[in-house]
Ligand binder design. Structure first.
Ligand code: GLP
Length: 234
């Protein structure tokens, strides 16, 4: 594990974007595992800027996002598909068909989870997995639980997560109660993992995740077992 300590959110975004862009430059056919939330917004903006300046080419890149809320209609402004389109995909030369987000509107959720896991197999795994950290230690939407979940699955979101994520909704009641998330297996199978933490108030949970016991009660603690984990933190 390598922990990169930075001064502030902007520096975190720039260092993260440097690592992601190095991955894409060195392997133009990279498979990127991508995250949503407020943390990666700055890194995505930096990637868009470098693309516009001609330094990056996403034409052969494949992306697999971590998660999606259940029950938000296609194109909903709070959906993670909308987030990814507007923060990154619409502004670079990535093929939309190569960008994947779980389809939470699928009629058969179990089938959708299987389909999503199969995409990881087809892509031959993730080259670089970007992760944010939930206030309760979740990664993707893998909430604290009695056991680590392996495959893509539907989860009931914890109160704390609903509260934290409600800042992007006009009312807390609007935050979906359920989501689909990639499980630990495909996160941990990524060749490299990049965990970014951009706010001081996550210090305690980050400490637990990186140095505490490996437990599903702190889902991110499983990352201690990853052979190539970089953490960028303020
Ligand atoms: C959200 C997402 C996670 C994200 C986390 C932290 O619920 N499902 O992928 O990393 O919570 O969000 P933020 O970066 O806004 O603090």
């Amino acid at each position: 594990m390598r922990v990169i300590k930075v001064e502030n959110y902007d520096e975190m975004s720039r260092v993260a974007a440097n690592i992601i862009s190095a991955q894409v430059v060195l392997k133009p056919t990279s498979v990127l595992g991508l995250a949503t939330g407020s943390t990666p917004i700055g890194a995505y903006a930096q990637l868009v800027q470098w693309y516009k300046e001609g330094y990056l080419d996403f034409s052969q890149v494949i992306t697999l996002n971590l998660d999606e809320y259940s029950g938000l209609a296609e194109g909903h402004v709070q959906s993670y598909r909308y987030f990814m389109d507007t923060q990154l995909f619409n502004h670079v030369n990535i093929e939309k068909a190569n960008t994947h987000v779980p389809n939470s509107m699928a009629e058969d959720i179990a089938k959708e989870c299987e389909r999503y896991d199969a995409l990881f197999e087809e892509a031959d795994g993730i080259d670089l997995q970007l992760l944010g950290l939930g206030n309760n230690g979740h990664i993707g939407f893998n909430e604290p639980d009695d056991a680590f979940a392996g495959g893509t699955h539907q989860v009931k979101l914890h109160e704390m997560t609903i509260k934290a994520n409600s800042i992007l909704f006009s009312e807390e009641e609007e935050v979906p109660q359920y989501a689909i998330t990639v499980g630990m297996k495909n996160i941990m199978k990524a060749k490299r993992v990049l965990l970014i933490v951009g706010s001081e108030n996550k210090k305690e949970i980050l400490e637990k995740a990186l140095y505490g016991p490996i437990t599903p009660l702190v889902p991110a603690s499983i990352l201690q077992l990853h052979p190539h984990l970089d953490v960028i933190t303020v």
